[in-house]
Write a protein that binds this ligand. Structure first.
Ligand SMILES: [Zn+2]
Length: 409
């Protein structure tokens, strides 16, 4: 007897209607719908809708969400965004971070996010406060969203004495991933070495903010690719932004992409932030400031996407819906055919899961029953319409239903 059966439902990777069965929190049946109806305690009629694996938010900053409610948005570029946010950070309280982060989590859950990687700031200004908050939230939300916490030294490591010790303490407290930001320190290469050393010491994966500029000679990601191979860290290193690669001549970019693929780097495009802050020095014909998503994808690099920031100086926009980011990326990276929109869907789901090292993910027997049912009949419409989420399940347990955004429908 199944706990739950989705009857005659669409799936993103198959034609026609399927039966998807859940038992004890896992998918135990996923096959084309036949005439025989398996026994189940609860049956949900597909009614022309599509069942997706739970959405994966690969990169988000809970601790600095909704800061536009506290301060005016910076009109300038990246350096100003960092400065404006640093000024606000000294006034954070535990309760303040907790409340702003909770607002993001509540939105994400209703949009169908079942796994999230959070960048948590650690430095002498904020100390371990944001880490303490997000560790508490990780425990509180464990039955709804799996949270991976990245120790993120936003202000640099070497240029902010005390940060290295705080990063190590965060890992002892339970953080999951070692973060880094080579572009905001005295020496990018020393910064990268430190991050790899720390990750190796604690056996953790790595997630870097890197090469966030329009300067084609800023390519620290190549150093990271070499280091990844030298330390046998293939598949365990993520690189966010990597926008400078978008300004590199195509033939060189192709060669670099092959090096990233060989190291199995996980490239995370963060389009909302990259488009907002990129190309600021271009007086005319401004560049989009994105990493070359199509080129990387075609070279075999695992490319995914993330929200990054919501409503702060880095990105004054954002609803928390990963499908908004998917549409933004499809539009600006020029993925418009049916096949390309299906690729964008994969980047938001299976590619994202791979980037975060998730096992038992997807619509397949043996996978965890993290599911979201969307009101759409075709995969391309999921990206274009960002339709209502009719239900969200975590480990086979229903978490949200019929979240209809009135602003859209
Ligand atoms: Zn970020």
């Amino acid at each position: 007897m199944l706990d739950l059966l989705f009857h005659n439902i669409g799936i993103p990777t198959g034609k026609g209607r399927y039966h998807v069965g859940v038992k004890s929190g896992s998918i135990v049946l996923c096959e084309p719908a036949g005439v025989e109806l398996p026994n189940a305690r609860e049956i949900i009629e597909g009614e022309g809708n599509i069942l997706l694996p739970g959405l994966v938010e690969t990169h988000i900053h809970l601790d600095k969400a909704f800061l536009t409610e506290k301060s005016q948005v910076a009109a300038g570029g990246l350096a100003e965004a960092i400065a404006v946010t640093r000024a606000l950070k000294s006034n954070y309280t535990y309760e303040d971070i907790y409340n702003r982060a909770t607002r993001v989590l509540e939105r994400s859950a209703r949009f169908g996010v079942t796994t999230m990687r959070c960048q948590v700031e650690v430095d002498p200004i904020i100390g371990l406060q944001a880490m303490e908050v997000t560790l508490a939230l990780k425990e509180k939300w464990r039955d709804t969203i799996d949270m991976q916490l990245v120790v993120f030294p936003q202000e640099g490591i070497m240029q902010q004495p005390g940060t290295a010790e705080l990063m190590e303490e965060s890992l002892r407290m339970g953080a999951d991933v070692v973060g880094g930001i080579p572009y905001n320190d005295y020496s990018a290469s020393d910064h990268i070495t430190f991050v790899f050393d720390l990750a190796e010491k604690y056996g953790k994966p790595i997630d870097l903010h890197i090469d966030f500029s329009d300067n084609p000679s800023e390519l620290n990601v190549l150093t990271v690719a070499t280091e990844t191979i030298n330390r046998c860290y293939q598949g365990r290193v993520a690189a966010g932004h990597v926008t400078s690669l978008g300004s590199v001549m195509r033939e060189n970019a192709l060669e670099y992409a092959e090096r990233l693929a060989k190291a199995d780097l996980q490239i995370m495009c963060l389009p909302a932030t990259d488009l907002y802050l990129g190309g600021r020095q271009d007086i005319q014909a401004a560049r989009r400031g994105l990493t070359p998503v199509k080129l990387l994808h075609e070279a075999g690099v695992n490319v995914t996407m993330g929200t990054n920031n919501m409503r702060n100086a880095f990105t004054p926009f954002g609803t928390g819906d990963p499908l908004d980011i998917a549409l933004l990326l499809a539009n600006t990276a020029q993925f418009g055919t049916v096949l390309e929109l299906e690729q964008i869907m994969q980047m938001a789901t299976s590619h994202a899961a791979r980037a975060l090292g998730l096992t038992q993910y997807g619509l397949a027997v043996g996978a965890k029953a993290d599911l979201v049912m969307v009101q759409a009949e075709r995969v391309e419409d999921i990206i274009i319409d960002r339709p209502p989420r009719l239900g969200v399940w975590k480990n086979g347990v229903k978490k949200a239903e019929m979240f209809v955004e009135t602003r859209r429908f």
